[in-house]
Design a protein around this ligand. Structure first.
Ligand code: NIG
Ligand code: FE
Length: 412
C-alpha cells in the first residue's frame, strides 16, 4: 500500500532539479539550485513533487511542518571503510610522538593491525559494531555510502567483511555500495611472496565474490610499499572479469602512476590524489574517471591536501568523501568534512555541497537517483534545524545543524 509524506513550509530547499544532472565540473560545481518557501511530496521512497508552497497539496498520510527549516539531499559518501573491528587510537598517539604512517605500517601496525583484530572478531560482532558507525554517519546526514572490505586479507575474513556489508545493505535504510579491497596490503606471510597473495586474490577470493555477488566494485591501494602499478593493473583486470568496475586508492603518498592505471582500466573513480602533478591532471581531463578527494585524511595524517581548487579552476569536477577508516580518517562526519574542504582546499560551500551530494552520487553510479531533489529521485533527505543555511552550516563547524533524516521516504 502506498504511503505519502509531505514536508511543507520549508524555508529553503537546496539541490533542486527538474532534469537529470550529469557529473558537475569546473564552474558548474559552484551552482546549487534552490527553492524558497517550498514543499516536498514523497510517495513511499520516491520524491513525487516539489515546488513553491502555493502549489502544495492539501494533505498526506504524514505531514511534517518544516517552518524555518531547510531541506538538503542526504550526503553521498563515495569512499569509506566503516566495517572494521576497533579504533587505532594508540597508533594515533604514537604518530603524535613523531612516528610516520609508513613506519607504523612497516612494523605490523596500520592496516595489518586492523586485519588481525578483524580476523579475531565474529561476523555478528563485526556487524553490530559496523551498524553503530553506519547509524552515526546517518545521523550526521549521510544517505548513500560506499563501504570497502580490505581489513580481512584472508579468503575467510575478506568474505566475512563483504557479507557484513551485504547485511548492512539489507537492513539499513541508507543506500549502500560494496567494494572488494583485498588488495589493501600484503599480509605478513606473503611479504616475500607477493605473487602468491595476488594469486589468492584472483583465484580464490574473486571467484567466490563474483558467484555470491558480494561486491559492486574492486579497489587496490596503488602506492609505494603497497601495490605497484603492474600489480594494480593485473588485479583490476581480474575484477572486471567478474563485472567489478574499479574505484581505486591512487596517489595518496607518492606520484605512483595510480591515476593513469585507474583511467586505463576505466575506473569509476580514482581517490585520494594528494600527490598529483600536471600529467595526472591532464589524464583526468581526458577521461570519464571521477577524481575523488578526501580532505579529512589529509587533516588527520597531516599530509598535503589534494589540489582541489586548482582542479576545479582547470575545469575538472570532483567528488568529496570521508574515507572513514581507523587509520587515516577516523571520522565519517560530512558537515565537519565540508568545513575542512572549505578552509584547507579553499573551496566555497556550494562547491563542497556538490562534491558530497550529486558528484558523490555519480562516484557510486547513483547520480540518476541520489544526491539531488527532483521528481522520481530517492527520498533521502536532511531536514535542518531552524534558521540555518548551507553557508552557516559549514561556517559554524562542529555544531549540530541536522534536525531529522528522511531515508527511503521514512523519518528516522
Ligand atoms: O584510505 N590508504 C589506504 N587505506 C586507508 C587507510 C587504511 C588504514 O590505515 O587503515 C585510506 O587512507
Ligand atoms: Fe580509503
Amino acid at each position: 500500500m502506498s504511503q505519502t509524506l509531505l514536508i511543507k513550509h520549508i524555508r529553503k530547499i537546496y539541490g533542486t532539479t527538474t532534469s537529470d544532472i550529469p557529473f558537475k565540473k569546473g564552474k558548474e560545481m559552484a551552482v546549487v539550485n534552490t527553492q524558497d518557501n517550498g514543499f516536498i511530496l514523497i510517495e513511499n521512497d520516491i520524491i513525487r513533487a516539489w515546488g513553491d508552497m502555493s502549489q502544495c497539496p492539501a494533505t498526506a498520510d504524514i505531514v511534517i511542518d518544516a517552518t524555518g527549516k531547510s531541506v538538503l539531499p542526504a550526503w553521498c559518501d563515495s569512499h569509506t571503510h566503516i566495517v572494521f573491528a576497533q579504533g587505532r587510537e594508540l597508533e594515533y598517539v604514537d604518530k603524535l610522538k613523531g612516528r610516520s604512517y609508513e613506519e607504523i605500517a612497516a612494523k605490523g601496525g596500520g592496516i595489518l593491525n586492523s586485519a588481525k583484530k578483524l580476523q579475531e572478531l565474529s561476523e555478528d560482532e563485526l556487524y553490530e559494531r559496523s551498524l553503530i558507525r553506519l547509524n552515526e554517519v546517518i545521523s550526521n546526514g549521510t544517505g548513500a555510502i560506499e563501504i570497502k572490505s580490505g581489513y580481512g586479507l584472508t579468503v575467510e575474513s575478506e568474505l566475512k567483511m563483504l557479507r557484513v556489508i551485504q547485511r548492512l545493505k539489507n537492513t539499513s535504510h541508507a543506500t549502500i555500495k560494496s567494494t572488494f579491497l583485498g588488495a589493501h596490503a600484503f599480509p605478513q606471510e606473503y611479504r616475500n611472496n607477493r605473487a602468491g597473495y595476488i594469486d589468492l586474490l584472483i583465484n580464490e577470493m574473486l571467484p567466490q565474490i563474483g558467484e555470491q555477488k558480494l561486491a559492486d566494485y574492486i579497489d587496490v591501494f596503488c602506492e609505494k610499499g603497497f601495490f605497484s602499478v603492474e600489480e594494480t593493473d593485473t588485479i583490476l583486470k581480474a575484477g572486471l572479469h567478474y563485472g567489478l568496475k574499479a574505484k581505486i586508492h591512487a596517489n595518496q603518498l607518492n606520484i605512483s602512476g595510480g591515476v593513469q592505471v585507474g583511467i586505463a582500466n576505466h575506473a569509476v573513480s580514482v581517490d585520494h590524489l594528494e600527490a598529483v602533478g600536471e600529467a595526472e591532471l591532464e589524464a583526468l581531463q581526458k577521461s570519464e574517471t571521477i577524481p575523488t578527494v578526501l580532505p579529512s585524511c589529509s587533516f588527520f595524517l597531516n599530509i598535503p591536501y589534494a589540489p582541489a581548487r586548482k582542479m576545479i579552476d582547470q575545469g575538472l569536477g570532483i567528488a568529496i568523501a570521508t574515507d572513514f577508516n581507523p587509520g587515516s580518517s577516523p571520522s565519517g562526519n560530512i558537515p565537519l568534512l565540508m568545513a575542512l574542504a572549505c578552509n584547507h582546499m579553499r573551496l566555497i560551500p556550494d562547491e563542497v555541497f556538490n562534491g558530497v551530494t550529486i558528484n558523490g552520487a555519480h562516484a557510486m553510479e547513483l547520480g540518476h537517483s541520489h544526491g539531488a531533489i527532483g521528481v522520481g529521485r530517492k527520498a533521502n533527505l536532511i531536514i535542518t534545524k531552524q534558521n540555518t543555511s548551507l553557508d552557516y552550516m559549514v561556517y559554524s563547524f562542529g555544531s549540530r545543524h541536522i534536525d531529522q533524516m528522511i531515508l527511503n521516504g521514512r523519518p528516522c
